[in-house]
Design a protein around this ligand. Structure first.
Ligand code: ADP
Ligand code: MG
Length: 745
């Protein structure tokens, strides 16, 4: 009888165990049994040989078509070339020694499994000296039975073939005794799941595909429950830490602010605000994610929360992803607060605070004043970019951190800011306008509680989005520029967005030195759309359109006579601010910009946007971009200009953006097109290994159920003492994560 932590070598022997460890790091019987088949093949099924790629380690099922042997010219001895087929495509197998021996076995007509690394030699796809195993036909009586049997195909390497693994798995399964099940029985019963031993048998040796499916579902539960239990424990541990309670106080700045507010809050804003107010009143740190569609009014919620903290004697920091956005927050919050944000200044109210702005590139005097205000506590609100994290910014009493547009901030940065609070932890509010698919929220942000704003403030007009196929219909592009002129003639404003800044020369910061397109330097993310495959492009694509090229062309051409301003990340901070301010104040008609306008920029009078080379942007990014228009009462218009032909995947994506205003749907689409690892990010890398079967999108329901079960388990029994197998599995998961972390360090 073997348990799941038996060393492999004691069960399958030292040689096989050594190869399994070298190939996949499998050390115990449990490791081996969690090395699941990638798929199953019926005897007689043939692999599509045309789909093989050079360099892949493959296990193919094929039929021997012909066998020839010849004397080699360069070396002594003979060469055997066996051609196998799937019925249409062919693959060469070459053997260099023991030629007669192989020749006797590999007679034409035989079916077999062949494993090796694919290469191309003299224009022919081949496996050089493959491992193989012949199937079936030698025992005619058993043929029918064989045909029904499923053969598991395992991830394999050159040294460890799929059937080597299969053989080891058989040995282990045959000696396996009782196993400790990490899924508590009550959970299994509620969800109709098999026990662990049954599931392991079912996934490795299924009688049919239905059995394999059932086993997979059960084993996915292991992964989902483990992950969610870890997250539930983290949430619990974090909220058990001490923090200063910042309960609301009547008659303070918050009340004064509410009285000044030029609109009434939406129901959603009131609900989310209430949840956050209650979080802040607790003596444990808040860790909350506030999700809300573009334009749903998250800033007001954040400001109200910050004022509650100030009323309770603390300070708040607001972190924005770009300087443009930090400056905009500074302006709009200063406006909203009016005299209550001007403490000790001319026109300041008696009971007031100050708002300080700290950016990486501001002047020395302004910076010194902001730093002093933060350190003395005179500034109740300190707004900044990443600079807030990296520089020696001191706070008198940091009670709360608001992180705007979370997707630009890593977990490490979140932690760095938390460290800024001396003694107790600050409350943390994370805001994102990128709708996060539920499963991602549950996994990547699983350690945060969430609040979601679903409704937009009343009176918003919908945004109409159209794809402009510039190559097929040049007339449509002309019409697009006419539409911009019409908007401006009606007293409104417009954005023109390009994927690139332009003006690069070799060696310049952000310059294109290797023919690749640089990112906008104010944008910590890399170049938009770069992670997408160019599968639609025939040959090299032209560089994407650039702000610095397009702006003069528009000024002399289709937008002649309009007041144009340029905004991009390479501008000095003052110029960025000046451009943004001019546009916000209506002193410019058209802002030609990069994605620096993507997040948060708020100019209600801007009603139209033209996105050039729209196919170069991600789906969620386009949705963010178009959120910049239609923020006032006039309907918004967004034109996605592209030269990609209809019917391509790139065009389908643009049509999808044009076809819906539902950010969550688009976020799912985005996720479908990205690899899961990218979504989970570096901080989650350790989890990749433990997520073998689970996929974020297709297992949404299962992950949701597991999250509920895990929360209930941890609530009732924080250390999971009543589920020792689950606690142990979590322990080794965390060790693994730790080990990987140390390896990287
Ligand atoms: P986002 O959620 O995208 O960050 P903002 O907080 O920038 O949205 O709000 C968008 C605009 O809507 C701002 O001009 C803000 O003043 C306005 N706004 C916020 N809440 C309301 C409301 N309840 N009624 C009317 N306008 C509102
Ligand atoms: Mg915002």
């Amino acid at each position: 009888m073997a348990s799941l932590d038996e060393p492999l070598r004691t069960v399958v022997g030292g040689k096989a165990a050594a190869r399994a460890e070298k190939a996949f790091g499998l050390r115990t019987t449990g490791d081996l049994l969690r090395h699941y088949p990638r798929r199953y093949v019926r005897r007689g099924d043939l692999t599509d040989l045309a789909s093989l790629r050079d360099g892949e380690d493959v296990t193919v099922f094929a039929q021997v078509a012909s066998v020839t042997s010849r004397r080699m010219r360069a070396r002594r001895g003979r060469l055997l070339e066996v051609t196998v087929t799937d019925g249409s495509a062919r693959l060469a197998l070459t053997f260099f020694n023991k030629v007669e021996y192989w020749e006797r076995q590999l007679s034409p007509g035989r079916h077999g499994m062949f494993a090796g690394r694919v290469s191309t030699f003299a224009g022919k796809r081949q496996l050089a000296h493959p491992e193989f195993k012949l199937l079936g036909a030698d025992d005619a009586g058993k043929a029918a039975e064989y045909a029904a049997e499923l053969i598991p195909v395992y991830p394999a390497t050159r040294d460890l073939s799929s059937w080597d693994i299969e053989k080891c798995v058989r040995v282990v399964l045959d000696t396996l005794g009782e196993v400790d099940d990490p899924l508590p029985e009550a959970v299994r019963e509620r969800h109709g799941l098999d026990g662990l031993a049954t599931a392991l048998l079912g996934i490795h040796r299924p009688a049919d595909l239905a059995e394999a499916d059932r086993a997979r579902t059960r084993l996915k539960w292991d992964e989902a429950l483990m992950l969610q239990a870890v997250l539930a424990q983290r949430r619990r541990a974090a909220s058990a830490l001490p923090a200063t309670a910042r309960p609301a106080r009547a008659g303070g700045l918050l009340d004064a602010f509410d009285a000044r507010l030029p609109f009434s809050l939406t129901g959603g804003q009131r609900d989310a605000g209430g949840i956050i107010a209650a979080d802040l009143a607790r003596a444990h740190p808040m860790h909350r994610l506030l999700q809300g569609e573009v334009g749903s009014g998250k800033t007001v919620i954040a400001v109200r929360a910050m004022l509650q903290v100030i009323d309770a004697g603390g300070q708040a920091a607001l972190l924005a992803p770009t300087e443009v956005l930090a400056q905009q927050h500074y302006r709009s919050i200063t406006d909203l607060l009016g005299p209550f944000g001007q403490a000790g200044r001319l026109g300041g109210a008696d009971r007031a605070t100050r708002v300080a702005l700290l950016t990486g590139s501001q002047g020395a005097a302004a910076r010194r004043e902001a730093l002093l205000d933060a350190a003395s506590g005179a500034a109740g609100i300190v707004i900044g970019t990443h600079a807030l994290l990296t520089e020696h910014v001191q706070f008198a009493d940091l009670g709360m951190v608001v992180i705007d547009e979370q997707h630009r901030f890593g977990v490490e940065q979140r932690d760095a800011l938390r460290e800024k609070a001396r003694g107790t932890r600050p409350h943390v509010l994370v805001m994102t306008a990128t709708p996060i698919p539920r499963t991602v929220a549950m996994t990547v942000y699983g350690d945060l509680d969430t609040a979601t704003l679903t409704e937009l403030p009343a009176g918003r007009s919908p945004i109409a989005t159209h794809v402009v196929p510039a190559a097929e219909k040049p007339r449509y592009l002309e019409r697009a520029w006419e539409r911009i002129r019409e908007e401006v003639a009606a007293g409104r404003q417009a954005y023109v967005v390009c994927p690139r800044i332009g003006g690069e020369y070799a060696g310049a910061p952000g310059g294109a030195t290797d023919g690749r397109v640089p990112a906008d330097t104010d944008d910590p993310e890399s170049f938009p759309g770069q992670d997408e495959e160019d599968e639609d492009a025939a040959g090299p694509r032209r560089p994407p359109l650039a702000v610095l090229d397009l702006a003069p062309a528009l000024a002399e051409g289709p937008l002649a006579g309009l007041r144009l301003r340029v905004l991009h990340g390479r501008l000095p901070a003052e110029e960025k601010d000046a451009a943004m301010r001019a546009f916000a104040d209506g002193l410019a008609d058209v802002l030609v910009a990069t994605t620096v306008v993507e997040v948060g920029v708020d100019v209600p009078n801007a009603t139209a946007m033209v996105v050039m080379d729209a196919d170069r942007f991600g789906v969620s990014q386009l949705h963010q971009l178009r959120g910049r228009v239609g923020r006032g009462t006039e309907p918004g218009l967004c034109l996605l200009v592209t030269e990609t032909p209809g019917g391509t995947r790139a065009r389908d994506r643009l049509d999808a953006v044009a076809g819906t205003l539902d950010g969550f749907r688009l976020a799912r689409l985005d996720l479908e097109q990205r690899r899961e690892g990218d979504v989970l990010g570096a901080a989650q890398a350790g989890r990749k290994r433990s997520l073998r079967l689970l996929t974020l999108l297709s297992d949404e329901a299962l992950i949701g159920q597991a999250r509920e079960e895990a929360a209930a388990l941890v609530e009732a029994d924080p250390e999971l003492a009543s589920c020792p197998a689950l606690a142990a599995a979590i322990g080794s998961l965390l060790d693994e994560e730790q080990a990987e972390f140390l390896e990287k360090a």
